[in-house]
Design a protein. Structure first.
Length: 274
């Protein structure tokens, strides 16, 4: 399973749009891997996780080819993870997909509401876009992938947000952000799954955080519990992403912090095979 990290920042980007804090100033000065766009991940060049406002940037400057994407799996409806209006560009005269090349979008009720508001369900778009409602604990099929949504800890009950177990062939990936330390029902569902890769939210970096998002301390707790209950082992690849400028560490610092705790820190455009 090949993972391509199109973007690796939290909602504000890194450096943040309007910010002149010392972390953002330093990121602008250093450039390169210190510059992060909003988080999205490509799996096996076919499955896109989230559709953030920086998707066009990922097409222009990354390895994302949207014409190949047939499945977009959305974690939740927050603006940095789902911007549906550009989905309207998938039909003529903006693009010319082949016959029966439907793009499927999977998500919760909040994501569907935005999908409708954007006009994606209008009669002219139904030939090119279809929505699939997904629910915690109910596995669904997306192409060759078996996908299991699990409940995230992110919005204090205002929206049922998802993390996902994505199974392609013999590989199982846990795609785990935006979330804090997992709810118990999610931990219970994970008991029966052996993970080859784990991607975790590290929005808060060195800052203590377990609710809504995580920092490295909570990441370590999740890793230890996964190993303890047999859902992961020494062969499992552990990855952290979704970094905020508020967390402080720039790329080299985050690589060091992550490495000391047994994780790989991502950068925009990074590719990992698990």
């Amino acid at each position: 399973m090949k993972l391509t990290f199109n973007g690796t920042s939290a909602a504000e980007g890194f450096p943040a749009l309007f910010c002149e804090c010392r972390h953002c100033q330093k990121a602008r000065e250093l450039g390169g891997k210190n510059v992060r766009t909003r988080t999205s991940c490509l799996i096996d060049d076919q499955y896109l996780i989230d559709f953030p406002p920086d998707t066009y940037m990922h097409v222009l400057h990354g390895k994302l080819k949207l014409s190949k994407i047939k499945h977009i799996i959305v974690t939740h409806s927050h603006e940095d993870h789902f911007q549906p209006y550009e989905l309207l560009m998938r039909r003529p005269p903006f693009a010319y997909p082949g016959e029966d090349e439907i793009l499927y979008v999977y998500g919760n009720d909040g994501v569907y509401e935005k999908f409708v508001q954007a006009g994606c369900t209008n009669e002219n778009n139904k030939k090119y876009l279809q929505y699939v409602h997904v629910y915690p604990g109910k596995q669904f099929k997306a192409g060759e992938a078996n996908v299991l949504p699990l409940r995230a800890d992110h919005t204090n009950g205002n929206e049922i947000c998802h993390i996902y177990i994505i199974n392609i062939g013999e590989k199982h990936l846990l795609y785990g952000h935006d979330t804090g330390y997992f709810p118990e029902e999610t931990w219970e569902a994970l008991r029966s799954i052996k993970l080859d890769g784990v991607i975790l939210d590290c929005t808060c970096g060195t800052i203590e955080c377990e609710r809504g998002h995580m920092g490295i301390t909570a990441n370590v707790k999740v890793k230890e519990r996964l190993i303890e209950q047999g859902s992961a082992d020494e062969k499992t690849t552990f990855i952290v992403t979704h970094f905020s400028h508020n967390c402080g560490p720039l790329y080299d610092d985050m690589v060091k912090l992550a490495g000391e705790n047994g994780f790989i820190a991502t950068f925009d455009g990074m590719e990992i095979n698990i």
